[in-house]
Design a protein. Structure first.
Lengths: 225, 293
């Protein structure tokens, strides 16, 4: 399948050198917009818009619950600055064109990625499910329920996870977690998404570091900070 | 790793968890007394234990000599007073506060002063279980994971009155038994269930609100996070009725909205869609084959 890419800046889903970027053509049945505003084009099988924390509706507009076209959203799941995973969350609206969904699926799967379909909800599937877990784990740490090592060991040995929630959220960056949680909190208004204190502190510290940058020597960098 | 404990009792050893804990103790070389009120349950547990140990020999995890030693270490009893010779008694009886409190009061009468009483509770407070038993300083939470004979993790929790000496003796025993203890406070669900039960509910709510299908949620978790099993498959395995029971245990204590049973969970349990054991949960099952995942 031939596809065109319209890109502004570096994509979180497809960093420079990614095979999907190399496989693009000057034109094609689908257009991927990476960091760029999309242009509606009903002659294309699919218009694919890379999403950050925003909903697809922010790009397409929404009606009375009947929105949907050949414009779909997507994001490749990535834990902070970890390399992107092989997972594409494909975001659809109530009346998204089934042919556009199949085109998008085929396009991504052709490059070895795996596709799941998510409704156009803030956080899609994984961030919606994971951010409350990270907030809870960070809160447990503050409350002295257990040490970070004990929390992570419990998840690895008790649930067979490859890593624990504390090590994962620290590795991804607490400030990154703060930004996603804050966006979800604004969208849903429920406390489970409110960034945990440690994430708020990390964000404040990042801002302070940026502020003080030129005025004093580099402060020590904490893990996950 | 050495332990001052030589003889271990398991109360409720006719159940799946209790039988697994007894295997852990006997396999590590401790004289083990498996107690249950039901002789039939003990008989069933003995069959399962022997089957497990035979398979361990077939797989090269145990030698025949080790199997013989384990069997020699292992006695069963329906007489509670037989636990009077134990240095450590681990209870894995029905998850009911009054039942556990009564058992510990009786064990206090039966066991010598030095004996440590441990509870395998996953939802109840260790402090409350110990309350009024007569040896509150020698009670500790020792939560194994299912199946205990395969899972290394133990959540080890002191109650408010547990002495540090008791905790350290229990920790040393866990390590001597080849387990990995982690210290947690005495709080509902300790670490594991405090994270897992609300997460599973969030998954069910995501399905209920049309965010994604069970199959896509499982795929996202496996591909995106590298988990071996998706949450819907796990829920089907542990049973939707079990998840509902956990919610009903946690929510009244924590008042955490994420711990409240989602309406879809209640409907699925009412419809008999209990998971793998019922042939239908989030997915359908025929024998060992899963459909729709």
């Amino acid at each position: 399948m031939r596809y065109r890419i319209v890109q502004e800046g570096e994509s979180r889903s497809f960093p420079n050198g990614d095979p999907l970027l190399d496989g693009a053509s000057a034109d094609g049945e689908a257009v991927l917009y990476l960091g760029a505003s999309h242009v509606p084009d009903i002659s294309k099988k699919a218009i694919l818009v890379e999403l950050g924390t925003e909903c697809l509706g922010a790009h397409t507009g929404e009606g009375y619950g009947d929105e949907g076209s050949n414009v779909l959203g997507f994001a490749r799941y990535r834990n902070g600055d970890d390399p992107p995973s092989n997972l594409i969350e494909l975001v659809v609206q109530p009346n998204s064109d089934p042919a556009a969904i199949e085109t998008a699926r085929a396009l991504f799967e052709k490059t070895g990625l795996e596709v799941v379909v998510s409704a156009d909800q803030a956080g899609r599937i994984l961030d919606r499910l994971l951010r409350p877990v990270y907030n809870a784990a960070l809160r447990f740490l503050d409350e002295g329920l257990a040490s970070a090592e004990a929390i992570d060991t419990t998840c690895r040995l008790g649930l067979g996870y490859p890593d624990g929630p504390i090590e994962r959220v620290m590795r991804g960056g607490l400030a990154h977690h703060h930004d996603i949680s804050k966006a979800l909190f604004e969208a849903y208004g429920t406390a489970v998404f409110a960034p945990a204190r440690r994430a708020v502190v990390a964000k404040q510290r990042a801002a302070l570091r940026a502020d003080l940058g030129g005025r004093r020597s580099e402060p020590a960098v904490e893990p996950g900070g | 790793m050495s332990s001052s404990i030589k003889t271990v009792g398991v109360a409720g050893a006719g159940g799946t968890m209790g039988a697994g804990i007894a295997i852990v103790a006997a396999r590590a070389g401790f004289a083990t007394i498996a107690y249950d009120v039901e002789a039939a349950a003990l008989k069933r547990a003995r069959r399962q234990t022997e089957g497990f140990l035979r398979k361990s020999v077939e797989r090269g995890k145990l030698t025949s000599d080790e199997l013989d030693r384990i069997v020699n270490n292992f006695v069963q009893s329906t007489d509670l007073t037989d636990l009077g010779s134990c240095d450590l008694v681990i209870e894995a009886v029905f998850e009911d506060l009054a039942t556990k409190q009564k058992l510990f009061r009786t064990l206090h009468e039966v066991c010598p002063e030095k004996t440590i009483l441990a509870s395998n509770t996953s939802t109840l407070s260790i402090t409350e279980i110990a309350s009024g038993c007569g040896r509150e300083d020698r009670v500790v939470g020792m939560h194994f994971c299912l199946p205990a004979q395969l899972m290394k993790l133990i959540e080890l929790s002191p109650g408010l009155n547990t002495s540090e000496e008791t905790f350290e003796t229990a920790r040393a025993w866990c390590e001597a038994a080849g387990q990995t203890p982690v210290r947690t406070q005495d709080r509902p669900g300790f670490i594991l269930n405090a994270l897992l039960v609300p997460f599973n509910n969030d998954v069910i709510r995501a399905i209920e609100t049309g965010v994604a299908s069970p199959a896509d949620i499982d795929k996202a978790v496996k591909v995106g996070l590298g988990y071996k099993m998706g949450p819907c498959e796990l829920l089907d395995l542990i049973g939707l009725d079990t998840q509902l029971r956990l919610c009903e245990a946690f929510f009244p204590i924590t008042l955490d909205p994420r711990a409240a049973a989602p309406p879809l969970l209640r409907r699925m349990v009412a419809a008999g869609h209990l998971g793998r054991k019922a042939g239908r949960g989030f997915f359908r099952y025929e024998g060992n084959t899963m459909f729709g995942g």
